[in-house]
Design a protein around this ligand. Structure first.
Ligand code: NAD
Ligand code: UDP
Length: 344
């Protein structure tokens, strides 16, 4: 059944891959994005890949009620909303917490109020595994307490709480997806992650080293209580994550339970920094020059999802391999050395 979906932040890394999945499923999309951290070129390529022009773009800020209203009007009726628009840099959230509360929390509040006005109460929200803070027991399950340790994670937990209250107030269907570490790109290499400036995250930094844009990868900490001393994360292919959004929406459209649905979206397999680097080298035949440096403040030694609930409730599980994450991420980097900016 063709549905109309409003996607905030649809031009970003995860949003663009999700738009592609939904267009390929035949849905009609309206994207609201202010291009704070993305380019309209991503959406042009998404439509090219999908062979569909059923994507309407409204350039605007999710904190601006009139821009959100405009997005609803552009759609006619909206059957569901996926809310990606937000900020995600932990360090920046420490130096400028008010900006994070404004964009992430106030933006979500403005969006939810507009949804209410327009009679659409089905929402998938981008949450984060950092909601769990610094846990000691693994894998992480959704019924474990949240304990955010930085303003970024605090804002995501605050939005989860706001959405829980909305669900209790009646007639909302909400899924909070707690993403682990999405990496890679669409296998075409046409869309991918396009960080501005120096990447904060391991994967895009590593692909830029592979491309010769940076001379070596700094590994932050070799003295963690893990088998090789480097931190462990649950990396998943961005296409697996994109598909989870389509499945979450389908589920919400059928669901009647009033509570919000909170789901981990990860693989359940942990990889150390060194294992990720070795996996990339194996998949691409390249060598990544490395340097071990001190720990990065705020890093947790380990993060690992229990993906069981997403499997049970949605029938979703990550099925793409580390090799595919590395191969697809590298093909995006090789084809687009300067991201979208080089190929307007
Ligand atoms: P991204 O920066 O690539 O995408 C975010 C998109 O939102 C961009 O297109 C940006 O221009 C847009 N945007 C930002 N502020 C906006 C505003 N005020 N109004 C309208 N549009 C705005 O990030 P991403 O990696 O695709 O992440 C998407 C969402 O998932 C974010 O909310 C992020 O916090 C969350 N998340 C990401 C990760 C990750 O590892 N990438 C992990 C957990 C959660
Ligand atoms: N990391 C690293 N060098 C980098 C970037 C990241 O060694 O240039 C490490 C980081 O310390 C962490 C892991 O890689 O242990 C994943 O970091 P990322 O920022 O990608 O994800 P997050 O820590 O937010 O889960």
């Amino acid at each position: 059944m063709v549905r109309r979906v409003l996607i905030t932040g649809g031009a970003g890394f995860i949003g663009s891959h999700t738009c592609l999945v939904l267009l390929e499923q035949g849905h009609e999309l309206v994207v609201l994005d202010n291009f704070d951290n993305s380019s309209p070129e991503a959406l042009r390529r998404v439509q090219e890949l999908a062979g569909s022009t059923q994507l309407n773009l409204v350039e605007g800020d999710v904190r601006d009620p009139s821009a959100v209203d405009q997005a609803f009007s552009a759609a006619g009726t909206v059957d569901g909303v996926i809310h990606f628009a937000g900020l995600k840099a932990v360090e920046e959230s420490v130096s400028d917490p008010l900006h994070y509360w404004d964009v992430n929390v106030n933006g979500s509040r403005v969006l939810a109020a507009a949804m209410d006005r327009h009679g659409c109460r089905t929402l998938v929200f981008s949450s984060t595994s950092t909601a769990y803070g610094k846990p000691e027991t693994f894998p992480l399950r959704e019924d474990m307490p949240t304990a955010p340790v930085n303003p970024y994670a605090e804002t995501k937990v605050a939005v989860e709480q706001m959405l829980t209250a909305l669900c209790r107030s009646g007639s909302w269907q909400v899924a909070c997806l707690r993403y682990f570490n999405p990496v890679g790109a669409h296998p075409s290499g046409r869309i991918g992650e396009d960080p501005m400036g120096i990447p904060n995250n391991l994967f895009p930094f590593m692909t830029q080293v592979a491309a010769g844009r940076r001379d070596r990868l700094l590994i932050f900490g070799q003295d963690y209580p893990t088998p090789d001393g480097t931190c462990i994360r649950d990396y998943l292919h961005v296409m697996d994550l994109a598909e989870a959004h389509g499945m979450a929406l389908e589920h919400l459209w059928e669901r009647t339970t009033p509570d919000p649905l909170t789901l981990n979206i990860g693989t359940g397999r942990g990889l150390s920094v060194l294992e990720m680097v070795r996996g990339f080298e194996q998949a691409t035949g390249l060598t990544i020059p490395l340097e071990f440096v001190g720990r990065r403040p705020g890093d947790v030694p380990r993060s690992l999802a229990s993906p069981e609930k997403a499997q049970t409730v949605l029938g979703w599980s990550a099925h793409r391999t580390l090799e595919e994450m590395c191969r697809d991420g590298w093909s995006w980097q090789q084809g687009n050395p300067a991201g979208y900016r080089q190929n307007p």
